[in-house]
Design a protein around this ligand. Structure first.
Ligand code: ADP
Ligand code: MG
Length: 224
């Protein structure tokens, strides 16, 4: 029996023990005080390092639900002197990747020491390769181009401990299944994986089984 969901209305500042002051400052700068339902449900678990599957309709605020944990992963890695690329975000389209990258820039603006790169098709491979070779902390990408770079020596992804699949349903619809499989096969097994989607399907379920830990935190804010 489905539990009745309550409207959470939790403030971002309730996360202050889990999220750095610079990140909270940036969220405040965006004008957001109250988390959306998906953010309130995903953030505590994701910040705890759990694998998360989140389903919520378009416009529910999923971007910050994964970008905040991604940035905090970098903060923790830097504290532990872990260098290089630690987080990869995969989007189904260039447009979406650009949009996500732009929110990420706002979110890291107060950090000063967090680096990122946008790795999408249609842009210079050479420039992307040069950026990746510096060991940028967060990579926002589309599957095809990301996989291309994974087959070069310039991109060192051995320290990746956080993988985000945004709009996972669309990644399949656009035919990136094989690229995604190859990418996931090459990534370190010991990592956090977060899968976001507007809809669930057999293919996303299969991906959860094959690419995520046995114990996943499953959140669906569309169920009432
Ligand atoms: P989704 O990925 O679920 O489609 P987005 O992350 O793109 O949703 O967010 C949709 C819109 O809601 C964006 O314009 C974003 O800036 C805004 N938004 C995100 N979080 C909040 C919040 N906590 N309060 C108010 N607006 C928010
Ligand atoms: Mg989205």
């Amino acid at each position: 029996m489905a539990e009745e969901r309550v409207h959470l209305r939790k403030k971002f500042k309730f996360l202050k023990d889990q999220v750095s002051a610079s990140t909270l400052e940036a969220v405040k700068g965006m004008g957001f005080k109250i988390m959306t339902d998906i953010q309130a449900e995903v953030l505590p678990a994701a910040l705890d390092g759990l694998d998360v599957v989140a389903t919520a309709k378009t416009g529910s605020g999923k971007t910050l639900a994964f970008l905040i944990p991604a940035v905090e992963t970098v903060v923790k890695c830097l504290e532990k002197q872990i260098q290089g690329t630690v987080c990869i975000i995969i989007s189904p389209t260039r447009e979406l990747a650009i949009q996500t990258y732009s929110v990420l820039q706002e979110l890291v603006a107060h950090h000063g020491n967090i680096t990122s790169a946008l790795v999408i098709g249609g842009e210079s491979r050479k420039k992307q390769s040069a950026e990746l070779s510096t060991g940028v902390h967060i990579v926002v990408s589309t599957p095809g181009r990301l996989f291309d770079h994974m087959r070069t020596k310039e991109f060192d992804y051995r320290n990746v401990c956080c993988l985000v699949l945004d709009e996972a349903d669309k990644i399949f619809q656009y035919g990136f299944e094989e690229d995604l499989k190859q990418i996931i096969n090459r990534l370190p097994k010991h990592r956090q994986t977060m899968l976001f989607s507007a809809t669930q399907s057999e293919r996303t379920d299969a991906l959860v089984k094959s690419a995520m830990k046995e114990k996943v935190h499953n959140i669906n804010t569309d169920e009432d």
